[in-house]
Design a protein around this ligand. Structure first.
Ligand code: HEC
Ligand code: HEC
Length: 315
């Protein structure tokens, strides 16, 4: 505040205060009941239709209330900073009572509790955090806010979004692999649209072969024809079709399918869905979190994701 406004406000406040005190004192009179001579009753001199107005003082309680408010004002002015750059009396751990001071205090408290809640976990290993109930609770909260939209609120996955609880991994389930996934994201590479390359017959045949790998019902002749084609696929999915973490290529021999709603007769992925994957290709994208979440949060999330498979398999 400029000096002019400081002086202005100090002046106004002081004059006001002095005026109030003067008004109060000027009206302070002895009460009628206390007057020595009953005939000596003071009147204001106002007469309305023969009715005179007593010149009574303020009731005692009223007067005292005024005094209390004046005392409060003075105490307030002493404690609270403001007038003329006056800093106020330090009453909160040596700090003055300003909204800015209050904010600074709140920030100190928040920072302390932040270090309390996140900081101490940064030094713990993923394995240790995964079995720490409090860390898991915080991880779960971070998960709800950042991951549930895609992977589901129970982390059970959705069509195109992997289940994070089944201990079946595209990119690996070690703490390092999970953390890498979270920090940098993942982009499914190379599952091209094979429809044009193989033709519809080729797609059908190799799909039947994929079905045979999982021990499912299949057309033997078509699967036989598709086996040769699968040599192309083996580069990523492996000769046995069990997939590869390095390629992010899913295991095609189990009943866990990324791109499958399944049906009652064909849980996981239907033959149609498998053919679609092959014909049109798949390009799943896991967004990188490093620009969104701080290291300590990613650390906690990694532990949380890691713990989901531990729970699944320790039960
Ligand atoms: C926009 C949707 C989206 C969000 C948000 C998202 N993910 Fe993903 N995530 C995916 C997709 C899609 C994949 C699979 C990528 C692929 O197909 O290669 C994936 C893959 C993963 C994998 C690898 C799984 C495996 O089998 O190797 C992990 C772990 C993972 N996500 C964890 C998380 C966590 C933790 C969060 C929250 C911080 C998160 N994701 C947020 C879409 C998302
Ligand atoms: C260059 C590597 C690569 C090659 C070659 C490749 N794939 Fe894939 N495939 C992938 C990747 C990576 C994914 C996962 C896509 C995703 O996460 O979005 C995938 C996904 C699939 C899926 C879906 C799996 C699921 O869980 O839903 C099927 C089916 C599949 N591939 C079959 C094949 C067949 C058949 C061939 C050969 C014609 C083939 N792939 C060739 C990398 C490859």
């Amino acid at each position: 505040m400029s000096t002019f406004w400081s002086v202005w406000i100090i002046g106004l406040t002081s004059i006001n205060l002095a005026l109030i005190i003067w008004v109060l004192m000027a009206n302070r009179k002895v009460a009628v009941d206390d007057q020595a001579d009953p005939d000596d009753i003071k009147v204001t001199g106002h007469i309305y239709d023969g009715i005179e107005e007593y010149d009574n003082p303020l009731p005692k309680w009223w007067f005292q209330m005024f005094v209390i408010t004046i005392v409060f004002t003075v105490v307030y002015l002493i404690i609270y900073p403001g007038m003329g750059g006056y800093k106020g009396l330090p009453i909160f751990d040596g700090k003055t009572w300003t909204s800015r001071g209050e904010l600074a205090r709140d920030q100190d408290i928040a920072r302390a509790s932040y270090v309390d809640s996140f900081g101490k976990y940064s030094d713990m290993t993923i394995e240790a955090l995964a079995i720490d109930p409090k860390a898991n609770k915080m991880g779960a909260r971070l998960y709800s806010n950042n991951c549930a939209v895609c992977h589901g609120s129970d982390a059970g996955g959705n069509y195109g979004f992997p289940d994070l609880t089944d201990n079946d991994w595209l990119y690996g389930g070690s703490p390092e692999a999970i953390k890498h996934t979270l920090i940098n994201g993942r982009q499914a590479q190379g599952m091209l649209a094979w429809g044009e390359v193989l033709g519809e017959e080729g797609v059908v045949n190799v799909a039947e072969y994929v079905m045979s790998l999982g021990g499912r019902d299949h057309d033997v002749a078509k699967a036989e024809a598709g086996k040769d084609v699968f040599a192309t696929c083996a580069a990523c999915h492996g000769a046995d079709g069990k997939g590869s973490y390095a390629a992010g290529a899913p295991n095609l021999t189990d009943d866990i399918w990324l791109y499958g709603m399944g049906s009652i007769t064909e849980p996981g992925a239907t033959a149609k869905e498998i053919r679609q994957s092959i014909r049109n290709g798949r390009h799943g994208v896991m967004p990188a979190q490093k620009h969104k979440l701080r290291d300590d949060k990613i650390h906690l999330l990694t532990a949380y994701v890691y713990s989901l498979s531990l729970v699944e398999y320790s039960e």
